[in-house]
Write a protein that binds this ligand. Sequence first.
Ligand code: 5GP
Length: 207
Amino acid sequence: MGSLVILSGPSGSGKTSIAREVCKRIGEDKTMFSISSTTRLPRKGEKDGIDYYFLTKEEFLEDIEKGYFLEWAEVHGNYYGTSIKPIESAIKEGKIVFLDIDVQGFESVRKIYPNFITSVFVTTKNKQILIDRLKNRGTETEETLRIRLINALNEMKKIDEYDFLLINDIFEDSVEKLEAIAKVSLIKADKQNLEQFIKEWNETKSN
Ligand code: 5GP
C-alpha cells in the first residue's frame, strides 16, 4: 500500500516544481504526480497530458456525471478535478502519490481518506515574493493576479488544518523537506484501516 500526499498553496508558491523534483529523487517508479483535469486555458509552454488534461466545460461536466473524479472544485473561475482511477492503482502498487490541489479539494479528500493522507501547505516567505514570482512568470494579467492574491490569503487562513507548513524559500531545502515528508507519509498511511487492525490484533491467539 502506498500513500497520498496533498500539496496546497498559492499559485506561484513553487509546489509543483518541488514535487516533481522529489518524484525524480525518490524514483519515478515509486512515485506518481497526479495530473488534474481543468477547464483553464493552457499557459504558454503547458502541454496537454503533462501539465493538465485540458478539457472544455462540457467535457468536464460529463466527467463529473460519469463519476470520474475523486474530487473537483471551482478555483479562480475554472474547474479543476482529480481522476480517481490512476490514483487508486498507483496507491495499490505502493507508490507515493502527490496531489496538487486547492484547499477545497484537500477538504474533500480528507473526508474520503481521513487517516490516510499526509497534507502539506506550501507558500512563500511573504506576499511580495509571491507577487514577484507571479509577475516574473508572465502568465497573469492584472486581473488574474488580483484574483490569485485574494485567493492566496483565503487559503493561508486554512494552514492550521494541514500536517505541515513548507515555506519555500530555498528550493533545495524545500525539496529535501518534502522528500522527508513523502517518505514519512508511507508510515502515516499505516493508520488507514485502524478498526480492522485493532480487530485482527485482538483476535491473535497466544501459543
Ligand atoms: P493553476 O491554474 O495555477 O495551475 O492552479 C490553480 C489552483 O488550482 C492551484 O491552487 C492548484 O493547486 C489547484 N488545482 C490544480 N488541480 C486541481 C485539482 O485537481 N483539484 C483541485 N481542487 N484543485 C486543483
